[in-house]
Ligand binder design. Structure first.
Ligand code: ZN
Ligand code: ZN
Length: 642
């Protein structure tokens, strides 16, 4: 399909030879020939009254006298009422009376079938048309796109181009929504070229769809480029670009743009607010989230459930569960998503008891839990150390008829048992799972073996992981952590040799921190940063300070065969430590520090951060490739298990 679009693009001559289709004929020929016939008006009157049944009766009585206006009224009413059987009768009547409907009426038939969710019938009408115009093609393409049948939508679009019909702004806007998923971006770019060639780029619908397509494909710069070029901005395009930033986790950019557009007088709808709340949650920006909440109250928007759900989520991610609960309690209507948001909130804060209580009331109110609910309850039990309750919930799933446990739920149980130190039980559980264990599940158990120093199972699990992902250096590091924790230094060296033999290369670690609107990147043993000397002096100073508070460098995190002093020096040059120290130097006391790392955070850096948070009285948030670590007062939200 991609090739076909390309072929058309490669031959602009072919493109320009395509003739634009005429606008549908509003005055039907049949009407012009027989102006003395009045019957259509009575049909129309019945349809306007909404009495479809009577109108159909009238149609039967009039037989072959029904003409364009009559059919048009009938079909319009069938569309309004989503009445497929009645619509079929109208179509049948046309065939029986040998009426030859013009393109316009055939397109109404397509729309009628689409409205009634009968895409096959709609397609049959389209395929049976001897003549089609851009409206009929677009009706069908849009039907496919809106229902997620992306390849059908794209195929039909290509087919339309091949027949020589030129797309209009609606066709482009529609087909672009189908450009998502695998290869979506490639198709999207092809359509974009066609948009440029057809001079539709600055059309507001087409522009909005283009930017939405790029934003959803994580091509935010391209999306922004289109947004900046739009001739007029409306709430849809503004929201699409803000949502694009928020979805990519570029929360500051999302909020920044929102502020700027507000100044320019942009109006907001509930989708805009939802995206802005997501961005506030990502930044844990409670103040900003609260401001948004006030603004939403002032804007007197109807209380959309989606918006309330985002508020629950925002407050919980910003660490204020009391406000989350207040929003939740005040909702006049709740969906399962509202319950899930609240359950996840309690779970993330380790409040296992509250999770279970809320789950109880959910069942009392007869709200059907979904698979996310169970995930939330299981992980709540896991974070809250409620092993029996977690297992009970899992059994409820296994024996209930509603929801079949998926591999993620099994993973949650492994996590639950592992965290609680029941490594043997977790291992036995994995062995009797109906699924092949994934690297994530083995990884979770390996983490448990590290925390609870279980060498035999740790060795077995590491073997499995070496088979599944031989090049993941992280697994070798954890195995050597396990050996080191039990004093088996010989084995630590063996792991190192094994890595050398398999030529496992550690992806170089990189960390980022944003200060004064600039993102600073740090590499391991950074030799290029202009402030490298001050930074390393700061790290040494910190390390001396926190050693007094009990910090011991975890030398097993270093797989190089060097002496201990050298190992400590290597540890202190890890990129996340550099970024943390830089953050501490560049921000006033009490300011939270946010660092992002490309790999899993190492055990020593995690420990280092915990001590720093306690000794320096700072909140640290570390986001690694797996999860968030919110560290304050010497304690991490992950419970030292990740
Ligand atoms: Zn480290
Ligand atoms: Zn942590």
């Amino acid at each position: 399909m991609l090739r076909k679009i390309t072929d058309l693009l490669l031959h602009p001559s072919r493109l320009s030879s395509l003739v634009p289709q005429s606008i549908p004929c509003k005055t039907p020929i049949s009407r012009r020939i027989n102006p003395q016939f009045p019957p259509d008006s009575s049909l129309k009157a019945l349809c306007i009254k909404g009495s479809l049944k009577e109108a159909l009766l009238e149609m039967a009585i009039q037989g072959a006298r029904v003409k364009f206006d009559g059919y048009d009224s009938l079909l319009t009413e069938c569309v309004n009422q989503k009445a497929i059987r009645e619509g079929q009768r109208v179509q049948g009547h046309m065939i029986k009376t040998r009426y030859l409907p013009p393109i316009y009426l055939k397109t109404r038939l397509i729309v009628m079938y689409v409205k009634c969710d009968s895409l096959e019938d709609a397609r049959q009408v389209l395929d049976g048309m001897s003549e089609r115009n851009v409206v009929s093609w677009t009706a069908m393409i849009s039907a496919y796109a809106q229902r997620g049948h992306r390849s059908e939508a794209l195929n039909l679009f290509v087919h339309m181009l091949e027949t020589g019909t030129l797309p209009n702004e609606f066709t482009f806007a529609t087909v672009l929504t189908a450009c998502n998923g695998p290869f979506g971006l490639e198709y999207g770019r092809q359509v974009h070229s066609l948009v440029i060639k057809s001079n539709f780029e600055s059309h507001i619908f087409v522009g909005s769809s283009l930017l939405d397509m790029y934003a959803k494909a994580s091509r935010i710069h391209e999306a922004r480029g289109i947004f900046d070029k739009l001739p007029g901005r409306d709430v849809v395009s503004c929201t699409a670009i803000i949502a694009g930033y928020a979805q990519l986790g570029l929360d500051e950019e999302a909020l920044e743009l929102f502020r700027q557009l507000q100044k320019e007088g942009m109006s907001s709808n509930y989708v805009t607010y939802t995206s802005v709340l997501t961005a506030s949650s990502g930044l844990s920006a409670l103040d900003y989230g609260r401001q948004m909440h006030n603004r939403i109250i002032r804007s007197e928007l109807p209380s959309y459930v989606v918006l309330q759900n985002s508020l629950i989520d925002m407050y919980s991610k910003c660490g204020n569960l009391i406000y989350s609960r207040r929003v939740f309690d005040n909702m006049s209507e709740r969906t399962v998503i509202s319950w899930n948001a609240m359950l996840v909130g309690y779970g993330k804060h380790g409040l296992g008891r509250q999770v279970l209580e809320l789950f109880e009331s959910m069942r009392r109110e007869e709200v059907r839990p979904d698979s996310v609910t169970f995930m939330a309850v299981l992980s709540g039990c896991s974070h809250g150390g409620l092993v029996d309750e977690g297992l009970e919930t899992f059994n409820m799933m296994v024996h209930g008829q509603d929801i079949e446990p998926e591999i993620e739920h099994y993973g949650c149980v492994v996590d639950l048992l592992g965290r609680a130190g029941q490594v043997d039980k977790a291992f036995a559980f994995i062995k009797q799972m109906p699924f092949e264990p994934t690297a994530a599940i083995w990884g979770s158990l390996l983490g448990a073996c590290r925390v609870h120093a279980n060498v035999p199972i740790g060795e077995y699990v590491a073997e499995r992981l070496f088979e599944i992902e031989p090049q993941n250096a992280g697994n070798y590091v954890i195995l050597s952590n396990i050996y080191a924790a039990t004093g088996r230094w010989e084995d630590v060296i063996n792991v190192r040799k094994l890595m050398k033999k398999k030529t496992v290369m550690k992806e170089p670690g990189q960390s980022w921190i944003k200060l004064d609107r600039t993102v600073h990147t740090f590499h391991v043993r950074d030799k290029f940063h202009p402030k490298r000397e001050e930074i390393s002096a700061k790290i040494w100073e910190l390390s001396v300070k926190i050693k007094e508070a009990g910090y011991i460098p975890d030398l097993s995190c270093v797989l190089h065969d060097v002496d201990d002093e050298q190992k400590e020096r290597i540890l202190l040059s890890h990129s996340e430590k550099l970024a943390m120290a830089f953050g501490l130097m560049g921000t006033p006391q009490g300011f939270p520090i946010r660092v992002v790392k490309n790999l899993r955070i190492c055990v020593d850096c995690h420990n280092f951060a915990k001590f720093v948070s306690k000794v320096c009285g700072r909140e640290l948030s570390l986001r690694d490739c797996n999860r968030f670590h919110h560290i304050s007062g010497g304690v991490c939200s992950c419970g030292d298990y990740w």
